[in-house]
Design a protein around this ligand. Structure first.
Ligand SMILES: Nc1ncnc2c1ncn2[C@@H]1O[C@H](COP(=O)(O)OP(=O)(O)OP(=O)(O)O)[C@@H](O)[C@H]1O
Ligand SMILES: O=C(O)[C@@H](O)C(=O)CO
Length: 601
């Protein structure tokens, strides 16, 4: 893991996970996994950025500090070189904390000074000028956030607000310095006497410059925008395009726990065309209203996309909190929404829309505890998340995909081998097995030292796979085939051994990248691994001369898709041999790499 993020709520975590996964300009997209709370096991080796989603935004400051330090310890144990503390772009906090105390505790533990504080998220209209936070053309304290029921932001001056949270003096890098570029920003941060330094930013270009200035910084704090420019400092290629997954059709229900003005307006909008049920919060607190009862009401109306909400006005929220205490209300409502979601899913609801960071965190934890893979962006700051697969899921998927490759003629006999990364090692197809007839229970398991610890003996070409995992961060699976056309190309004398698969279509550029032809080595000879290692992780795919292709991907499905794309492109190249072919131009290739994230570097 290269970058570790500690996020103070669930939706904030997915927001920054999205930024890191998507990439931006010179910053490549990374393989990102979001964890619900501090995991109790190591991360998969292929994870380049791990985001720990806490629920620490509005709990007492000492508990927020303790949870954040626990997350820090776990991230450091995964090898992170840089840690980001992610809070809301509207700086949701109170004079009692938690942003200041958490940032100071992390800085103290990491021995960091001149730590950037930058919640800017220009795409969403959140900008910082002279240390003041704006939402659109309004100061934060006039944006509606001053009335937030949990974290009313009544002061837009971030230095003063942090000062109230007990951070001591806070520095400022003003916009005029930010606009001078990375070197000037770095010099200003280094020259500051303060531990925390608010840094102005009003555009994505400012955030890219700040990101470049933060190369080597152990601690960074900010909104999701602060991650825009961090991956540009890493010498890595993107892990490639995530394989698309199908979305579930079927009945849908909306749940709202957020009390923000926007959510309350959205509830009214929904009411115009759909049934809306108010959850009686005093009855929930008194124990007289159960999740099952609300589930029954919703299920009776399920064909009409009903909505259930707890969202109260600031006065209603204040009344409940005065009577029961803020945390008791939040814990009870979180549990209520979690149980409600479980009851709805058990009854066949396949789509839930949930409003509110705490509320959606509670629902996701109830339905899919553990890790979430970060996929494509749906809307600014909002990615697709899907539960990371368990080992049993991966075994089943390996059997299914290998059989599919075999049935479609991508491998014959016992040719080809496939591996996939696990948090505690690797799964690998056994030696002399046919991809067409794998047995999930007999797939070889290797531990993190590559020792055989379960199942049948692994393929003798394990070193091909290992070379990819060890040189190309972000690799989650490797596929080696003897597929006919790619193998045919590997038998031809290449015009350019650095780039032996022509850029005939955009998809081979986006999914496979440049493919070098590696020298012939007899099967089973570990020198083959050395040849791959010598590429230094620059390529996602190679052709072994007179042997066949080896393709790495961020996950099993992506690696299989890329291996298929390589085979099809090789087929086209052979079909078109001798014809006046129009290849994609270097500019067109560069544009695709810019737009979709290059898989070669
Ligand atoms: N009627 C209510 N009375 C008191 N507390 C409530 C009520 N309805 C919801 N809450 C609590 O308010 C909090 C809402 O937080 P949540 O993070 O879900 O939304 P938000 O902070 O408005 O949204 P976002 O994180 O997207 O900005 C939760 O802790 C929830 O339990
Ligand atoms: O920064 C934001 O606006 C969001 O990521 C957020 O924190 C949502 O709770």
């Amino acid at each position: 893991m290269l970058i570790g993020v500690i996020a103070d709520d669930f939706t904030g975590a997915s927001d920054i996970a999205n930024t890191l996964a998507r990439g931006h300009g010179a910053s490549p997209g990374l393989h990102v996994v979001q964890y619900l709370g501090v995991p109790d096991r190591p991360a998969e080796p292929s994870v380049q950025a791990g985001v720990v989603a806490l629920k620490s935004r509005s709990i007492p400051a000492d508990r927020a500090v303790a949870q954040s330090l626990a997350a820090l310890d776990w991230l450091l144990a995964q090898g992170c070189r840089q840690v980001v503390f992610k809070y809301c772009s509207t700086f949701d906090s109170t004079p009692q904390g938690n942003i200041g105390p958490v940032a100071m505790a992390l800085a103290d533990r990491l021995g960091a000074r001149g730590v950037v504080v930058c919640p800017a998220f220009p795409t969403m209209g959140r900008t910082i000028y002279q240390g003041h936070l704006f939402v659109g053309d309004r100061l934060l304290s006039e944006s509606g956030m001053q009335d937030h029921p949990l974290t009313p932001m009544t002061d837009p001056d971030l230095r003063r607000w942090l000062g109230r949270q007990g951070t001591g003096p806070v520095g400022l890098v003003p916009l005029c310095v930010v606009r001078q570029g990375a070197a000037a920003i770095r010099a200003a941060l280094e020259a500051s006497d303060a531990t925390l330094v608010v840094t102005d930013a009003t555009s994505d270009e400012d955030l890219m410059a700040i990101g470049a200035a933060l190369a080597g910084a152990r601690l960074v704090t900010g909104g999701s925008g602060i991650a825009l420019g961090l991956a540009q400092n890493l010498d890595v290629a993107g892990p490639g395009v995530a394989a698309p997954r199908r979305t579930a059709p079927g009945p849908g229900v909306v749940l709202a726990g957020s009390c923000s003005g926007m959510t309350r307006r959205q509830i009214e909008h929904h009411r115009a065309a759909h049934p809306v049920i108010e959850i009686d919060v005093p009855a929930v607190m008194a124990g007289t209203l159960t999740p099952e009862a609300v589930a029954r009401q919703l299920l009776a109306l399920v064909a009409q996309a009903p909505l259930a909400f707890s969202s109260g006005s600031p006065e209603q929220v204040a009344r409940m909190q005065a009577e029961y205490g803020r945390e008791a209300v939040a814990a009870r409502l979180d549990g209520f929404f979690g149980d409600l979601a479980r009851a709805l899913v058990a009854a066949g609801v396949t789509r839930l829309v949930v409003a509110g960071g705490e509320t959606s965190g509670a629902v996701v934890s109830a339905l899919a505890p553990g890790a979430l893979e970060v996929g494509a962006e749906i809307d600014p700051g909002v990615p697709v998340l899907r539960p990371a697969m368990t080992e049993d899921d991966l075994r089943a998927e390996l059997v299914r995909l290998a059989a599919s490759l075999f049935q479609r003629g991508f491998s014959v006999g016992t040719a080809g081998n496939i591996s996939v990364a696990l948090p505690d090692g690797w799964l690998m197809t056994p030696t002399n097995s046919s991809l067409g007839h794998l047995d999930a229970g007999r797939i070889s398991k290797l531990d993190r030292d590559w020792s055989h610890v379960g199942g049948d003996r692994p393929s003798k070409e394990v070193f091909l796979h290992r070379a990819f995992y060890e040189t190309r961060p972000g690799t989650g699976a490797v596929v080696h085939l003897h597929s006919t056309h790619a193998t045919a190309l590997s038998c031809l004398v290449a015009q350019d051994p650095e780039d032996c698969v022509p850029p005939l279509t955009p998809y081979v550029v986006m999914r496979v990248g440049r493919v070098p032809l590696l020298d012939y080595v007899p099967p089973g000879d570990p020198a083959m691994g050395d040849l791959i290692r010598a590429r230094g992780g620059r390529n996602a795919a190679v052709l072994l001369a007179n042997h066949g292709p080896v393709v790495a991907g961020r996950d099993l499905l992506s690696a299989v898709h890329a291996a298929e794309e390589l085979e099809e492109t090789a087929r086209l190249a052979i079909l078109l041999r001798g014809l006046p072919v129009r290849l994609l131009s270097p500019d067109q290739v560069a544009e695709l790499e810019r737009r979709f994230g290059g898989v070669s570097r």
